[in-house]
Design a protein around this ligand. Structure first.
Ligand SMILES: *[C@@H]1O[C@H](CO)[C@@H](O)[C@H](O)[C@H]1NC(C)=O
Ligand SMILES: *[C@@H]1O[C@H](CO)[C@@H](O)[C@H](O)[C@H]1NC(C)=O
Ligand SMILES: *[C@@H]1O[C@H](CO)[C@@H](O)[C@H](O)[C@H]1NC(C)=O
Ligand SMILES: *[C@@H]1O[C@H](CO)[C@@H](O)[C@H](O)[C@H]1NC(C)=O
Ligand SMILES: *[C@@H]1O[C@H](CO)[C@@H](O)[C@H](O)[C@H]1NC(C)=O
Ligand SMILES: *[C@@H]1O[C@H](CO)[C@@H](O)[C@H](O)[C@H]1NC(C)=O
Ligand SMILES: *[C@@H]1O[C@H](CO)[C@@H](O)[C@H](O)[C@H]1NC(C)=O
Ligand SMILES: *[C@@H]1O[C@H](CO)[C@@H](O)[C@H](O)[C@H]1NC(C)=O
Ligand SMILES: *[C@@H]1O[C@H](CO)[C@@H](O)[C@H](O)[C@H]1NC(C)=O
Ligand SMILES: *[C@@H]1O[C@H](CO)[C@@H](O)[C@H](O)[C@H]1NC(C)=O
Ligand SMILES: *[C@@H]1O[C@H](CO)[C@@H](O)[C@H](O)[C@H]1NC(C)=O
Ligand SMILES: *[C@@H]1O[C@H](CO)[C@@H](O)[C@H](O)[C@H]1NC(C)=O
Length: 560
């Protein structure tokens, strides 16, 4: 049995650890050995070497108030391991009222290295706890499933992971949001991270920033704040990994590339030819077709790509191809999910609650992180009306209801921020799930092609090398993953781009093996996506020929 925090937390930090077998059963052959018991003082090693070997470096006088009882998580019938959660302020000011919420899981990897990886969900205004609970956390509770299951592809297996709710205004965070742009957001975050480093004593440790969707803004800007702070005691940036990100102009990423996406998937969408012809005409009229032909090329024209008119600012919505298609698709498939286009009815409901109009929540369903017992278990402020994506305007400059304000920053691929991060780290990975309509793969590539880094503009070649994800002995059908060739990748001048075919917007949820491999590459443990090898945390016969790596190919016997 792994040394778990249950043990630490049970005897709460005046804690005790026990080595040796405890007596069980009544058999005369059970030799009863008395266990070695020693009182644990925070920050002090155990005198007994056997105990010390299993003790955690993380439990100290400063961290004990954050310790989470790993066997006490509501509705989770297994030990989630050692973790720490709670609020930390965004500055040293003793009167600081603004605090961010974190949940930190030290790695279960015996040799994770002195490194911390942080995960961010997007929004703006969405909680990173949704990623923990449905994508890369040690336990997952995905939409449509009855109960939480252990996640064999949790990133905690590889490295020390922190999920942070930010900026102020999101989830359990405290204080009044008063920022208006990403530079202020970055300063808020680095203020918090300094407190985290001091609390957990991780000075000089490498930091990897990861995230998804609107974190395509957050992560590069926070990385840039790390670089600008120029203080590797606290902000030792080592790499960046984002997937399905918004990084550039919205019209480019969501409108220009939409027709080609719908045509590619139309056997699934089943839109009629009359309508498609009409949309093709729109696409020409709006100059989208010509734009994609000219600029989505490898290498791209070495010139800044023009910004097209914002279709939402026009009098009619002719050029709003995103919504033109969305309304037609949803007429055919009322349970259509723009984040994961293969979904059909019925609608699976999520314990994270309703995010978009049309999401279904059955009567009586509760939102997991809105439950008092859950809030208590993770040291969250009890009574918070927790929402997966807040209705507070996090860029409202203190005026919560001022919905006219929004993030004043440009996309990080438009103004040199992301390029600076790539050049600084030589270790930036951008991914995309091909079943994502919200931010599709071609749109992300188009944003990349307009960016100049490492002395050149764009990728010079299409990133089309086959991507391999390892076979694995995993049999947890509660959270399985694909294996073998699952997509394509390419890497130029410090930027790696990858796409995986059968993943939606939440890539680590739909393709956990690919996301796990991505993290292995980001952390420098695997060279690239072409490497055919085991996961670094498993060993076996990765070729997939041996029986333990093969699932049964029997046909189902019920034709119901
Ligand atoms: C941890 O949770 C388990 C299960 O609910 C419980 O038995 C145990 O007493 C808890 N420990 C503490 C210190 O609360
Ligand atoms: C904190 O607030 C108190 C009371 O308003 C004030 O007296 C004190 O100077 C403040 N401290 C700092 C560091 O601003
Ligand atoms: C937000 O409010 C705090 C506290 O009043 C202040 O110190 C800070 O400068 C403000 N930030 C911005 C970006 O206005
Ligand atoms: C992506 O763009 C290329 C080049 O314009 C096009 O051939 C391809 O069909 C597009 N794929 C999707 C899924 O949109
Ligand atoms: C398309 O491009 C042409 C030529 O540059 C321009 O005259 C026209 O206004 C553009 N159409 C739209 C809808 O922006
Ligand atoms: C392309 O990049 C330039 C900066 O090099 C930027 O000014 C422009 O807005 C970008 N175009 C788009 C469509 O994002
Ligand atoms: C074709 O699709 C459009 C858009 O959804 C719809 O308005 C139209 O009725 C459809 N035509 C037929 C013949 O189904
Ligand atoms: C969250 O819990 C509060 C009571 O603490 C309740 O008023 C609110 O409706 C709940 N929110 C959701 C989305 O269930
Ligand atoms: C950047 O990383 C690649 C490997 O990913 C390495 O080959 C190259 O030497 C590195 N460049 C610099 C300047 O460190
Ligand atoms: C993660 O760790 C668990 C438990 O130690 C193990 O069963 C699982 O195979 C690991 N996953 C990977 C991908 O190595
Ligand atoms: C596994 O199968 C592949 C193709 O079927 C073959 O090329 C490879 O040599 C096999 N590996 C082993 C270890 O047998
Ligand atoms: C790997 O698989 C091959 C072919 O199935 C088999 O011959 C070999 O013994 C296996 N190796 C191990 C270590 O299981």
């Amino acid at each position: 049995m792994r040394f778990s925090l249950a043990c630490v937390a049970t005897l709460f930090c005046a804690s005790t650890a026990i080595a040796g077998s405890t007596p069980h059963g009544f058999g005369a052959f059970n030799k009863v050995r008395s266990p070695t018991i020693e009182k644990r003082e925070p920050g002090q090693p155990f005198h007994n070497a056997k105990l010390q070997k299993r003790a955690s470096r993380w439990l100290t006088e400063k961290t004990k108030e954050f310790a989470v009882n790993g066997t006490g998580i509501p509705d989770v019938p297994f030990d989630i391991g050692e973790s720490y959660a709670g609020l930390l302020p965004i500055s040293d000011d003793p009167n600081e009222t603004r605090e961010l919420f974190f949940w930190f899981f030290p790695s279960t990897n015996p040799n994770p290295g002195e490194e911390i990886t942080i995960w961010f969900n997007g929004g703006p205004g969405c909680s990173s706890l949704s990623g923990l609970l449905t994508e890369n956390g040690p336990f997952v509770w995905d939409a449509g499933t009855l109960a939480p299951t252990p996640n064999p592809y949790t990133w905690v297996n590889l490295t020390n992971m922190v999920w942070v709710e930010q900026p102020v205004g999101v989830g359990f965070t405290q204080g009044t949001p008063n920022i208006t742009n990403e530079v202020e957001l970055g300063l808020e975050f680095i203020g918090f991270y300094k407190q985290f480093v001091d609390t957990f004593d991780v000075h000089k440790w490498k930091v990897y920033l990861t995230g998804e969707s609107y974190a395509g803004f957050y992560v590069p800007y926070i990385a840039d704040a790390f670089i600008t702070a120029d203080d590797t005691d606290y902000y030792n940036l080592a790499g960046v990994g984002i997937n399905d990100p918004i990084i550039g102009d919205e019209t480019n990423q969501q409108q220009v590339v939409q027709l080609a996406f719908v045509e590619y998937w139309n056997n699934l969408f089943y839109l009629n030819e009359t309508f498609l012809d009409e949309m093709r005409a729109h696409n020409e009229f709006c100059n989208y077709t010509q734009y994609q032909e000219k600029y989505l090329t490898f290498p791209p024209p070495q010139e800044p790509f023009p910004v097209l008119p914002d279709p939402y600012a026009s009098e009619d919505y002719t050029c709003d191809q995103f919504d033109n298609f969305y309304s037609a698709i949803i007429a055919v498939n009322p349970c259509y999910n723009i984040y994961h286009i293969t979904e059909t009815c019925p609608h699976p409901y999520s314990v994270l609650g309703i995010v978009n109009t049309g999401d279904y929540s059955p009567p009586g369903a509760t939102v997991y992180f809105n439950r008092t017992d859950v809030q208590k278990a993770i040291h969250a402020p009890v009574g918070t009306n927790w929402m997966q994506c807040t209705d507070v305007n996090v860029f409202g400059d203190g005026e919560n209801n001022n919905q006219s304000r929004s993030d004043q920053s440009l996309g990080p691929a438009q103004n040199g921020v992301l390029a600076r991060v790539i050049d600084y780290t030589n270790n930036t990975i951008i991914g995309s799930g091909n079943l994502d309509m919200l931010l599709n793969t071609n749109g992300t590539l188009l944003a990349i092609q307009n960016m100049t880094w490492g002395g050149k503009q764009g990728l010079q070649e299409y990133p089309g090398t086959p991507l391999y994800a390892p076979y694995h002995p995993e049999t947890n059908l509660g959270f399985p993953t694909g294996a073998g060739e699952l997509g394509f990748w390419g890497s130029e001048r410090g930027l790696t781009f990858y796409q995986t075919q059968l993943a939606g917007h939440e890539l680590p949820e739909y393709a956990p093996g690919v996301a796990y491999r991505m993290l292995e590459i980001l952390l420098g443990r695997i060279e690239n996506f072409s490497v055919v090898s085991d996961f670094t945390t498993q060993s076996g016969n990765y070729t997939g020929n041996s029986t333990i790596y093969r699932r049964s190919m029997e046909m189902p016997s019920y034709f119901q």
